[in-house]
Design a protein around this ligand. Structure first.
Ligand SMILES: [Zn+2]
Ligand SMILES: [Zn+2]
Length: 243
């Protein structure tokens, strides 16, 4: 089967030679971005909020108040996005999600892996925390035919050797959240997720929730709440971009 797939993809390469999805330069191999374009996408570097990963401009001395995290406590320890918001990264994410360009999942997963430069994530690699993609509702997944978070998690798994666990299920289809405030998002998401399968009797030391974008954190927090209630130990969040 693998051989056939390889032959099929070699054939496609001949028909449609792979090009960089940003600059259009010809590529060899299975990447979707050329090295210079991938390097140019802005990644999050310190200083950033050590809870939600929001990047701050300039120098910060001492503790700072993050506008996103002020007066809230999440059910996860911290969220780390690899990439800072930029039109190019957002466009790649939108093309994966809404343009059905499923091959971009692999590239976005590789971009997400840049977050492992964060020392706090070393323990996840050492202890092999499962990657848990934020699930889509069955009806939405049928429309889209795939779950972008799962595609990204699969790619991270290939790069890191971490297992993927589809432990969560979305039981309620929620309306799109882009125009909602944090409070409205929280209302909108209450009870939207549950466990897909029984929680393991001897759970791993931690879980890494995976999603495409972290905006207010309401979605991943609702997922973390379910894992926490089920008895999960440590929970962190990994996303491609900070929205
Ligand atoms: Zn390029
Ligand atoms: Zn924050």
């Amino acid at each position: 089967m693998k051989v056939l797939n390889k032959q099929a993809s070699d054939g496609l390469d001949w028909l449609y030679p792979p090009i960089c999805e940003i600059c259009g330069l010809g590529l060899s191999g299975s990447k979707a971005l050329c090295e210079p374009c991938a390097e140019r996408l802005p990644r999050i570097a310190p200083p950033f909020c050590d809870v939600c990963g929001e990047h701050f401009q300039g120098l910060i001395d001492g503790p700072f108040d993050c506008p996103n995290c002020k007066e809230i406590s999440f059910h996860f320890e911290f969220a780390r996005a690899a990439m800072d918001r930029s039109d190019s990264t957002l466009e790649l994410i939108h093309r994966l999600k809404y343009g059905c360009e499923i091959h971009l999942g692999a590239e976005l997963g590789r971009l997400a892996c840049r977050a492992f430069a964060d020392r706090r994530l070393e323990v996840a690699l050492e202890e092999k925390w499962p990657l848990v993609p934020v699930p889509l509702h069955r009806s939405r997944q049928m429309e889209r035919q795939f779950n972008q978070a799962e595609e990204i998690a699969r790619s991270i798994a290939i790069e890191t050797g971490l297992p993927v666990s589809r432990l969560l299920k979305r039981v309620r289809r929620t309306e799109t959240q882009t125009r909602l405030s944090r409070k409205q998002r929280m209302e909108n998401l209450r009870g939207a997720f549950t466990l897909r399968e029984p929680f393991p009797e001897t759970p791993p030391p931690g879980y890494l929730l995976v999603d495409d974008v972290f905006t207010t954190g309401s979605t991943v927090d609702e997922c973390a709440k379910v894992l926490r209630k089920a008895g999960a130990g440590r929970i962190a969040v990994l996303t491609v971009m900070r929205g």
